[in-house]
Each structure stands twice: as structure tokens, then as C-alpha cells.
Design a protein around this ligand. Sequence first.
Ligand SMILES: [Zn+2]
Length: 303
Amino acid sequence: MSEKSSQESEFQEPVKLEQLRTRYLELQQELDILKQKFDDGFSEGIFGYISEDLAGEFTNKWLERIKKNTELLKNADELGIKIFGDNLEKQDKLSFQKYSKEYTISFNSKSTHVESSSVMGFCEPGGKIELKESHPSQREQLFYFVKNAKLHPTVAALVHELIHAYHQDINLDMDKELGELQAYVNGIVEVLPFNSIEDTTERISKYYGFSKDRVTSIISNILFLYSRGKGTKEVADILRNTNPTLQGDWLLEEFHIKLIMESEGISQEEKGEMIKLYLLGNQIERAKAQNIFLEVFYDWMKE
Ligand SMILES: [Zn+2]
């Protein structure tokens, strides 16, 4: 490093901010290219070649290649959560099961917990998960993801409840806002359940009666932790270990976020850029998985 640039690094803030913004533009370009490539190669007619019987085998080939080329499945794997498959009620690799040896998971549940309202599922502390809708077939799961770059809604609901289960595994008095928000903003494949932080805040605060300010603060801070390389499990460990008698959003900000920002010299503006970059990075990973589907499909047709 030349003398000049080491002097410049004293003014780290603007340099970093500028770098983050440049990186954002680069990644935006990468995403646009990936999206275009997928749009050019995909038609729903492709699924005419993937029967229900073949969908399982096809999905495995696709997942294998995703694992090799992206980090999209890392968070699910760390928690042992199975997200594509035929028997999703059999979650036998979960890295948590203190209160119950096995979580009983039932789809198409008629219980009062999920029968009414817009609740998609329910998790009873101690290990019982009920989901409103029926188990989607492998073909439905694959089709939904490839088309939307998101998990099938019923599988997303299962993931949501499994995050609650992980929190409750050691903390039955989990702060409701922290728990609910990580269950939504879980980073298992997609990060945000809705289009933006604002949209997610709007819906969740309305639905649960949480304060909008606290919801936005918690969502942003969870995303910031992910953006610093912490996985879903690591963040869940932080959240489930917070003292339930104190306000969750304040605890998170004061004892975790501020420490990182101070020790790494990250400004509020840079924090905002890091969150934006992380969200964009997640979109890229999902767009890659869509394109990998096309690669697997065209290879498969050649066989
Ligand atoms: Zn929930």
C-alpha cells in the first residue's frame, strides 16, 4: 500500500460507503443478467417433461448443483431443516429437539389453531407443528420455486414454525417480537417474506399489533447480522438468549448491533448499504438457482 492510500484510510467512512455503493451497482447488473437469462430460457411448458414420478430425482440433481454453486441451502442445512422433499413432516435431521424427541408435524390440520384466520401454521412449545394446507408434491415445490424464486408457501410456513421451534427449544419465554420477526425474516432460502422491509413491516405490525418502529428496527438488525456473515442459526442463538424481561428491540440494538458497528467502525449509512447489499445478494443466489434449474433440465433432455 502506498503512503497516500494509507493516509486516505483514516477517512475510511466515505471510502467504504462509496465501495458499498459501487458493489451494489455491480450486483444489480449481475442480477439483471441472471434474470434475463432465466426469462429467455424458461417456459412453463418445461414442466410437461417433468412428471410427478420424475420430480424427486430431478429435484435431487438440481439441489446437488445448487449446493456446489451457491450458498442458498447453507442456513437450512445448519439447522437440519429439510425444505424440498416428499416427507417434509419427517424432519429427522433437526439440530434441536430438547423438549421433544421428535416434532410432530401435520399438514392439512383442522385444529382450531390454524382453521380460521390467515395463520398458515402453529407451533406448540414442546414440539407440535400444525400446518393449515396440505403437503405440496415435489413437483409443486419445484415448480413454485423455479417460477417465483421463493419456497412454496406451505413449505415457507413450515420453516417459519421450525424457527419458532428452534427458539423455544431453549427459551419458552422468547420475546414475541424477536421470535416472530426472525420466523418471518429467516434467511432459509428467501430472506424477506414480502417485497421490501417497508412492506414486511407494514403487514407484520398490522397482523400482530406490534409497533412499526420496533418491527423495522428488529428486521433491519436481523438483516444486518446476516449481512455480517452470521447464519440463521447463529442469529437465532443470539435472539433466543436475550433476557425476556427487557424490551427485545432495544436489547438487540444496544448489546449486539452497536458493539459490531463500533468495533468495525460501521456508520449508520454504511449499515443501511450493507443491508441493501445483503438483500440483493440473496436475490442473486435465488436467481442462480433458477438458472441452475434450466441447466439441469437441458442436460437432462440430452441424456
Ligand atoms: Zn409465527
